[in-house]
Design a protein around this ligand. Sequence first.
Ligand SMILES: O=C(O)CCC(=O)C(=O)O
Ligand SMILES: [Fe+2]
Length: 364
Amino acid sequence: MATNADLDALQAEAEAAVAAGAEGTEHRWPFGVHGEDWRKEVADAAQPPDERWCEFQRRQSEWEAQLPEGLVSVEYDKDDPTVIERCLAAMGRDGAVCLRNAVSAETCDQVLRDMEPYMDRGSLLDGFFGKRSKRIGALPARSRASDCMVAHPALMKLCDALIGRQVLRFDKEGLAELASKPMASKRGPLKQLPWGLDLTQIITLGPGAEQQILHHDGAYCLWDFHRTFEHKISTVWALDEFTEEVGATRVVLGSQDWSRDRAATLEDSVAAVMPKGSVVIYTNSTIHGSGPNLTPDKNRIGLNIDYNLGLLRTEENQYLSCPPEVMCDAPVYMQRLCGYTKVGACRSFAGKKTPSFCASLYQK
Ligand SMILES: O=C(O)CCC(=O)C(=O)O
Ligand SMILES: [Fe+2]
């Protein structure tokens, strides 16, 4: 796992690249430059995402033809450049994919140790959240170890492609046409849209927790972007092994393209069975829900992390959950992911300085 010192060194490196004027870095940040093995990611970032996603779109049907049936499980391998494309192809075909062993079991344990005091205090929920469940958020403010998941390089790339570039919805020209040219910018239309952290929460399902109502996360957005636009990508990490018995997240494959009047039944869904340190990823319109915990004595411990389009408000208010006096000590890429950044020319500015500079004013 990258230590904070490693991440700070990386941050300095990436800041220098921004200062040197790398085109588009303002919106691309923190594309592919950090994670558990960030050195590799720095090298990988040399390939501009724009070209990579165009190439994916040209070959999407070839990638899809290579996928196995059912919920696709891709083994995370930082040295395998096809991991991202296989995940994208599965997201396009099924609306969901499992990325297996994306962080170590030790990282999961450290996150749980960091979060234990908050989880102990959390009250039991009901209704949509599920009986005998607990939800505890604000991970970027409470667990530095969780940075490896919140800003996992594979998820950063997938969000860059799916939300930033809308690869499953628009070609390059279509996106350029849709995204308005910022009035004050001499750079022309945006090549990609800004995105950031929407929500982080540990979801614990106690023994006896019931099947959650099947739903799509886009339903809570007040605007139905159905099949037109990818505005949100959701993930659930297995902080402990996800078995069907313990209540692994269930997803309805292909439901991202269903019409809204088609209801899903439990039989339509499959469980995202996966080892500790793996993550299931799905789109805003993919129908899913946590499974029932049928065990007599085991908790299902998942970490729900969502990302959304920077033009929208976030599900969890990041500025309150991760306030500046706490985030001033976090790496700059985490500050930016949490919304301490400008979007385009003039969204979310704070005085004349960057929002992350303002956060640094709180440093003790
Ligand atoms: O905990 C899970 O497996 C999924 C939770 C979920 O989908 C939600 O609360 O929106
Ligand atoms: Fe959900």
